[in-house]
Write a protein that binds this ligand. Structure first.
Ligand SMILES: CCCCCCCCCCCCC/C=C/C(=O)SCCNC(=O)CCNC(=O)[C@H](O)C(C)(C)COP(=O)(O)OP(=O)(O)OC[C@H]1O[C@@H](n2cnc3c(N)ncnc32)[C@H](O)[C@@H]1OP(=O)(O)O
Ligand SMILES: Cc1cc2nc3c(=O)[nH]c(=O)nc-3n(C[C@H](O)[C@H](O)[C@H](O)COP(=O)(O)OP(=O)(O)OC[C@H]3O[C@@H](n4cnc5c(N)ncnc54)[C@H](O)[C@@H]3O)c2cc1C
Length: 639
């Protein structure tokens, strides 16, 4: 079958209003319209072509990224795009670049940690791209006195950086503070005196994150003007006197809370993209197994394929909604901070750190699973999956290694439990800890598989598991005379307790989403199926936790799995429509396997001939290396 929509029969099976689901996915009609318009604008402009990335050398690749970034900026100005539209445009250009750090970290760091005066001086320059900035925190080795190493945009492009360094006045060390430092001349881009700066070298994967100039930076007697220390949290007077505002010191790390929140939202984009590719291809791909001589089985009908694919589809939606909620939490904490209410900062830190860790780990693993779900073709660059994986996987490390972040969550949980004794009632995402006595002894009330569809049953099982794991850690910690030693010794268990808590947050936010008014025929029902798949898949995967803490019985674990199988069957006819609801253009997907019309095989065949190796029938190197070898074999054979 040539041309046409090869997935039309799948689209007809949908039991819900796909257009309405697109709006739920986007977050609002306005967000949908902006996203739809800008993604099509990017897709229709040949200047944003990206299929040649894996073939380019690092230098060609990097120059191409600079060209695209400059062109994107030109279009933003010409079209007078709003901040929201401009950021969508950069998103759909889909190429990591120095601009991500400029807009994503440099500007937020100044906004969050600079005084009014500092903001007035630096933000207009940065908004007009008259200076380009990066965020320089990480060091080559341990400590804050070796060389900066890793900051994106630093290597070749940034003119300025927010640099984190120790502040010492009168011989007294005041800890890490942020400073705006000019790195390069605004005339000829050469490094300023005393500054050594460059790129740190090739990274994982062809193309992929190599469009970014992650850099190294050293200072030798560089003087930073006093008023370039970011002074919202603490100040140094003209006389060299150090003082602190009446705000928590942790605000110095506020940019990370902001970025981690955006990374959670981004996880749903990356995972949904991989799932869209794997779902469409699984419907196109047929294998043996039909009966009565009918068409062969679509691989999406294999239960094994469904049990690997549908939890990822459900996770993409779950991460979308928890990302939405996290954005709300971040906005709320920001407003509170402005009113000098710092009470929710520890929770915002724990939620952003924990959810960043959980969603990036699941997304990186999920992209790789999607590659395998596409069989051999998933390994071709034209599937889009190898590059997506290579670009995405460092999210498990940047903005805080995922294990280190889970340990931050664990500290927060232990602290929350320890405060129960003094009568402090936990609120927000730890409110359930207030019923710890009930959760320690409650029994799951599931007798038949369908009982697992009740939100209250699911919630209680997840709350009980999380509470029991945290309490077990707290009890074990209390056996150590030195708490830090105990924390280090039990860190493995603490990480698992943190994971259980974060999974509870994601499940509960999905359930809360379903309590909202969601318009559109069948939309809520489909989201209900996905929510149950997400929760029961986690329960099945972590049944060891649920069983060992006595939250459920082996029979109830068996029933959960039975219900999960039934849910897969319900999701099956809607699978293609559920990925169509992401509203991704073929340009953004960048995948032959995931193309909207499902016309995969002719496109794969055609793409193969475009590979530079096929430019000539006889390859370069044949005469030099292969021909003499063949001749040698010929002579040996004759002897
Ligand atoms: C289309 C465009 C899209 C743009 C989107 C933008 C996205 C951009 C894409 C991203 C590109 C990648 C860029 C990557 C950038 C980076 O990686 S920047 C470097 C980030 N580095 C880290 O994250 C390091 C991880 N380590 C930590 O976070 C550590 O906690 C620390 C901050 C280094 C501090 O360590 P330490 O001094 O040892 O203190 P702790 O004991 O850990 O904590 C002390 C108390 O402070 C609390 N706390 C820690 N962090 C925070 C925080 N961020 N906010 C609030 N509070 C925090 C912690 O809980 C402790 O509290 P108490 O227990 O109550 O004392
Ligand atoms: C692509 C990419 C882009 C980046 N961009 C930037 C940027 O723009 N600006 C910037 O400042 N930085 C940037 N980084 C650096 C990034 O923030 C760090 O790599 C990250 O915070 C992890 O720190 P590390 O590399 O020192 O890892 P390490 O801390 O050395 O981790 C190594 C191992 O030790 C374990 N470990 C470390 N500490 C503990 C602990 N306390 N307890 C238990 N286990 C522990 C970790 O789990 C990990 O397994 C980037 C990194 C990457 C990969």
């Amino acid at each position: 079958m040539e041309g046409g929509d090869h997935l039309a029969h799948e689209r007809k099976k949908a039991q819900f209003d796909v257009e309405a689901m697109k709006i739920v996915w986007a977050g609002s009609r306005h967000a949908f319209e902006v996203s739809d318009r800008i993604s099509k604008l990017v897709a229709s402009d040949p200047a944003f072509r990206k299929d040649n990335r894996p073939m380019l050398s690092r230098k060609e690749l990097f120059k191409n990224t600079l060209r695209k970034a400059a062109y994107a900026w030109k279009r933003i100005i010409e079209l007078r795009l709003s901040e929201e539209e401009a950021s969508k445009l950069r998103f759909y250009v889909d190429e990591p670049a120095f601009t991500d750090l400029h807009w994503g970290m440099f500007l937020p760091a100044i906004k969050g940690q600079g005084t009014e005066e500092q903001q007035q001086k630096w933000l207009p320059l940065a908004y007009k791209m008259q200076i380009i900035g990066c965020y320089a925190q990480t060091e080559l080795g341990h400590g804050s006195n070796s060389s900066k190493w890793w900051p994106g945009g630093l290597g070749k492009i940034s003119t300025h950086a927010v640099v984190y360094a120790r502040l010492i006045t009168d011989g007294q060390d005041h800890g890490v503070h942020g400073f705006i430092v000019q790195l390069r001349s605004l005339d000829d881009h050469s490094p300023l005196p005393g500054i050594t700066v460059g790129d740190i070298g090739m990274k994982f994967g062809n193309g992929a994150y190599n469009t970014m100039d992650n850099g190294v930076l050293r200072f030798d007697h560089v003087r930073i003007p006093r008023d370039q220390m970011l002074m919202k949290v603490s100040q140094v007077s003209r006389e060299g006197k150090y003082s602190q505002s009446n705000v928590p010191r942790q605000l110095v790390y506020g940019t990370m809370v902001f970025v981690r929140q955006t990374i959670v939202a981004d996880a749903s984009c990356a995972l949904s993209r991989a799932v869209c590719i794997a779902t469409r291809y699984s419907a196109v791909r047929r294998q043996f197994g039909s009966q009565n001589g009918g068409p062969e089985t679509q691989v999406i009908d294999y239960k094994t394929q469904q049990s690997r694919l549908f939890p990822l589809l459900a996770s993409a939606y779950a991460f979308r909604f928890v990302g939405e909620w996290l954005k709300w939490l971040y906005t709320d904490v920001t407003q509170r901070l402005q009113a000098n209410d710092f009470s929710t900062l520890p929770e915002a830190h724990a939620c952003t750190a924990g959810l960043k860790s959980l969603t990036t780990a699941a997304t990186a693993d999920g992209i790789e699973e999607c590659r395998k779900l596409c069989g051999g073709h998933g390994y071709l660059c034209s599937s889009g999956l190898p590059e997506l994986f290579a670009v995405y996987v460092p999210a498990c490390t940047y903005e805080g290694d995922n294990t280190v972040l889970l340990l931050q969550v664990a500290r927060f949980l232990v602290k929350t439990l320890s405060q129960l004794g003094s009568g402090k009632q936990p609120v927000g995402t730890t409110a359930y800890m207030g019923q710890v006595e009930h959760l320690m002894q409650c029994h799951c009330n599931v007798q038949k598989a369908e009982d697992w569809l009740k939100p209250a049953v699911i919630l209680e099982a997840f709350e009980a598991r999380s509470a029991r794991m945290s309490v077990a850690c707290a009890k074990n910690l209390s056996k150590f005379t030195n708490p830090e030693e105990g924390f280090a010794e039990l860190s493995g268990d603490l990480v698992e307790a943190a994971i259980a808590h974060c999974q509870l947050i994601i499940v509960s936010k999905f359930i809360e989403k379903l309590q909202q008014d969601i318009p559109g025929k069948g939309v809520k029902q489909q989201l209900g199926v996905l929510c149950n798949i997400y929760a029961l898949f986690l329960l099945h995967k972590h049944q060891g936790d649920f069983l060992s803490t006595g939250c459920i019985t082996p029979k109830q674990a068996y029933l959960a799995n039975e219900q999960l199988r039934a849910l897969y069957s319900q999701a099956r006819p809607n699978a293609i429509a559920l990925v169509d609801a992401f509203n991704y253009t073929d340009h953004y997907l960048g995948s032959i396997l995931g193309c909207y019309d499902g016309n995969v095989y002719p496109k794969l065949y055609e793409a193969a001939w475009k590979d530079p190796l096929n430019d000539s029938v006889v390859p370069d190197g044949y005469r030099e290396y292969i021909w003499p070898m063949l001749k040698q074999q010929l002579r040996t054979a004759r002897l």
